[in-house]
Design a protein around this ligand. Structure first.
Ligand SMILES: O=C(O)/C=C(\CC(=O)C(=O)O)C(=O)O
Length: 313
């Protein structure tokens, strides 16, 4: 394989990034919005570095490196205190980069891992000791081959005794088919990115209505009101000082924050894998927060109380 270094990692580890890959934004601005004391970036990733932590053979994309040190530098720059690092599909079920990042964080990061049905109790205990508190089930077709439901049920049975939760990532169009399976999961559930609504549709319409119903009917379901940069169709983008970024996503996120203030989380999604048209300035991503959580109380719940309850209790 040709040796193409990422713009940020220095070394490539012999991996060639997916064509058109956008590297994370170097030199983010300082946010105007001041995060509350103890704020948690509850959705972010580490990638490699590929040289130390090779990307998984079954991956659907090859990212640029995004190391734990770089993540922690961003945390400090933006004013977060802690991180929840989520295993991304480019590392498959090899959680070594995640565990390494958790161990370097000195207790300031928790993790969400990917495991297979044959994971042993011993391996789960080691992940728990490192700071893992959940597993992620990914249903986004461009990212993974579908894992059979009985495998997922077997994993749930193994992680439930540890008090872990299940993070689910799916697209809105797939919720009807998955609704009953999700509703039957006995642990807490955290939905990534509000179940990826199509924001060209009406937030009061049937598609988003089904997601809201899912949250109402299942009091153990939480959601991340994250990724406006992924969901937005009309922008404007969080670049060049834009303080009104992603206006089309705001009504969806605000609705969820206001109806479920005790079950929402927020995160940067750094290093923003698989974006194809722009890479946001993470300082401006933080400035998006007060537009969806509009009072200090809502902000404190979403950024401090809720993630503390779920990940550090
Ligand atoms: O960062 C995210 O949450 C979203 C991703 C990447 C991802 O989840 C993964 O690779 O596991 C995406 O939509 O491409």
């Amino acid at each position: 394989m040709p040796d193409t270094a990422s713009a940020h990692g220095g070394t490539s580890g012999g991996f060639t990034k997916t064509e058109g890959w956008l590297d994370w934004y170097d030199g983010p601005t300082s946010p105007t919005f001041r995060l509350p004391e103890g704020a948690v970036d509850a959705h972010c990733h580490v990638f490699g570095p590929g040289e130390r932590f090779p990307y998984a053979p079954e991956r659907k994309y090859t990212p640029c490196d995004a190391s734990a040190e770089q993540l922690f530098a961003l945390r400090d720059h933006l004013g977060f205190t802690r991180n929840v690092i989520v295993q991304a599909t480019c590392h498959g079920a090899d959680n070594r980069a995640l565990v390494d990042a958790l161990q370097r964080s000195e207790g300031r990061a928790r993790g969400v891992a990917t495991v297979r049905r044959d994971v042993t109790d011993h391996e789960l205990a080691d992940l728990h000791a490192a700071g893992v508190r959940g597993v992620r089930f990914n249903f986004v077709k461009r990212l993974v081959d579908r894992v059979p439901i009985d495998s997922l049920e077997e994993i749930v049975a193994k992680i439930a005794p540890l008090g872990w939760h299940v993070v689910i990532y799916f697209e809105a169009a797939d919720l009807p088919e998955l609704y009953d399976f999700f509703s039957g999961i006995p642990t807490d559930i955290v939905v990534d990115h509000m179940g990826r609504p199509d924001v060209t549709k009406d937030p009061d319409g049937p598609e988003f209505g089904l997601f809201l119903r899912f949250m109402r009917e299942n009091p153990r379901v939480w959601t991340k009101v994250t990724c406006p940069e992924r969901l937005s169709v009309t922008g404007p983008r969080a670049l060049d000082g834009e303080q009104q970024a992603y206006v089309d996503v705001v009504p969806f996120a605000r609705r969820v924050v206001e109806e479920f203030p005790d079950r929402v989380l927020w995160g940067t999604d750094w290093p923003h894998p698989n974006l194809t048209d722009h890479m946001p300035d993470d300082g401006l991503m933080v400035d998006y927060i007060p537009r969806i959580a509009t009072t200090p109380e809502l902000q404190r719940k979403m950024l401090v109380d809720n993630p503390s309850r779920l990940y550090w209790a």
